[in-house]
Unconditional design. Sequence first.
Lengths: 560, 360
Amino acid sequence: MGRSRYSISVGKLLIILPLIFMAIFYFFPLFRIIQLSFSEISDWSIPGLKAVFGKTYLLKVFWFTFWQALLSTILSLMLAIPGAYFYSNYNFIGKRFLSIFSMLPFVLPTIVVAIAFQTFIGPDGVFNATIMKIFNLKEPIIEINQSIWFILLAHVFYNYSVIFRIVTAFWSQIRQDVHEAAATLGAGPKKIFFKITLPLLKAPIIASSLLVFTLCFCSFGVILILGGPGYSTIEVEIYHQAVNFFNLPLAAALSLIQILFSFILMALYTGIQKRASFKMDQNLVGICEQKVSSINKKIVLVLFNSLIFLFISCPVLSLIYKSFQSEQGLSLKYYLALFENRNDSLFYVPPMDSIFMSISFALVTLFISLSLGLLTAYGINNQKNRVQYFLDPLFMLPLSTSAVTLGFGIIISLDQPPLNLRMSPLIIPITHSLIALPFVLRSLLPVIRSVPQNLKDAARTMGATPVKAWYLVELPHIARGLIVAAIFAFTISLGEFGATILVARPQTPTISLTIFRFLNQPGNINFGQAMAMSSILLMITAIAFIVLEFNRKKRTGELI
Amino acid sequence: MKYLSLKNISKVYSDVASQNAWVLDNINLEVAHGDILALLGSSGCGKTTLLRLITGLERLDNGSVFLNGKDITQLPTHKRHFGMMFQDFALFPHKTVFENIAFGLEINKLLSSNKKQVADRVEEVLSLVNLSHTANRYIQDLSGGEKQRIALARTLAPKPKLILLDEPLGSLDRALREELMFELRDILKLLEMTAIFVTHDQTEAFSIADKIAVMDKGKIVQINEGRTLYFKPKNKKVAAFLGFKNLFDTTVDQKQQVKTPFGIIDIQTRAFASGDKVTALIRPESAKMISVKTPTQLGQLLIRGILTSVTFLGGYYQIRIQIDNGEKLYFKFQNQVNLPEINSEIFLVIEKKDIEIIHQ
């Protein structure tokens, strides 16, 4: 090809810096976790493993982690499949808005979702208060505080859109004429659905369910805040063992289990997803969206849309509403309190400062993960195909490692010279960058690959230097991908909770941590401030989400 | 009563995006058993909509469809037992070639009571299209031509009462299309299938069909055998659609004559009254070249023009000449003819009887 030997080697070398980053901040902590868990699990025989994990309370944790994830996935499926049916086959007013709106929960920080649900259906929540007022009741009618339903509801809220989005993308790619062909061959509507549509959707349904199962399996914030002391997943247990009991070897052993599980699940997910996109070859893309004709379907559609709209908007609006309500009625009391450092406060910094601190962390994360992301994307793209197949999934690994394990690994490995980051505030944006890198990479790699080589060649033949050609031809092409990547990095950093709670020092709390600490303090003013801060975080995330949606490539089967 | 007949079919189809309402306007059509009919027309003329109405995939707003004298207008698609071949073949991407073809057999319990019967029939149609070796392949592993044949095999397998083909060769390249054109006709004729197929390509229509229905703006303009269509196009639209370029608008005068840029022609038939707007059609192969300006004989017209281009097209030359009033004419000549230099004068004669007068 026309490239010089020099430019090829530079292009290949770009990957070195990201590889070093991964080695230090991902693989070394992973190695330390394994090492540490070996000190706990000295005997790898069945009785030996039983001695470590066989304790009743741990078995309960494993069992709970599994069945709550399974139930959450089933409930999400039950909501998502009818939704996908309507959204991929019919056209109606408000469709675009609602399909974007239903993605909002996915980007909301865990802590915000947890508080939003409390303000909506908690004992003092808007829902109970309204019902009690209308029917003049003394007791709240829904009491799901610290119950499994609270957790399940939040998980469905989070993950419904994951299945919905993936399945809809595939479903609307099934060409109408395939259904029509089946009809002319003698298949009625039911047979068409069960013999053609469903088999075609099998892979995306299984893949997205696996993804949701993995996310719920690794759920941390929702369980910690909404579940209370009664419920513990493996993820929560690692946190308790590491922070409350300081039993690091057991925490490491549990992390190892968590890592194994999530790796297996993610490997299954990627395998199935690859097969799914392979079968839906691009020539088969066809969109047929008719209007809903039958009156029954219209009613179901309206009910469904209302349910989704209320399900998403009610908790969010309750949060904002309650954050402006004090004992005296409408007031800015909770917001104003954010600026004070009250004497009885346990915090080293005024709450408002943590917002600025969080934003600074987010900006540093954005810088680190975008620089690394660009280096990685070009670095991967410049390799031979065989090397690409190996490198691409390597950088996706942090995605399939749970947040708490990542944070735990970092604090047990980077706490001594030559690299002691325990006391450095940089440890937060570095951890966030590690988590954001897969998202950044998935936003950048496709757009970089989509820049037509002949455009670059044309610029070169017209006399542009490589740098100028990149700046004038390639950059405008990938600008959208860069914006999406930047927003991912920024919002992930702002909302990150599971890893941050482990790596952050008390004097450098992020917004999420400050909110969490407020929640652990008694009193209205503390809960009020938690709501006020959550509302602020919600606003920032929602704005970022809107910008994100405007820049996202339309109709992709992949979530990120 | 013909095998399939359509009576007063109308369809209003409002396209939300462009605010256009395409109409199928009072279509009447009959197809005899074993005949192949082509619906020929430019895109948007309603030919695919008509096909979809016959299959029941699209509801009609008015009219009836009869098969063997039975009204099937209200019968849903899957109970009609028609076969349809789709433009991009619409093969099931999650099934193998065998499973694709077996689908129509397994769905209809009457056609196949056991697996052996299904397998036998699949093998039968696969060998009909010469693709027995592909049975276990997945659809994405087939070439374009193979997909086309598998789609045909799948359509034929359940022995449909009528087979409908929507641009069956449209997505194939030219060489393949010409090869498969004849194969398609052979297979349909061998099985004595009644078939309707949609195309915008006149060569395809001429090669495959027994009869051709030319459609324009939701109406059938003319139904005839290919030969009749070519030599007696009903109006200027049909002529233009068949690829004729030398068309001159004129009016019938009191003496049953029309004026053309090259002279006056008497109208032979009584089909036209004075004052009728007509078009004179000169076929490209109808002219003879003469070397010097000789007086024309009775019944001949002289065309004098400037030769502006000569295109070599393999078996023949296509020439373009410009006449005095600026209009351009196109003719075809054998390779042996000695053409004058480009941009020099050229003289051609045409027999008056070769000039066709048709409706505008």
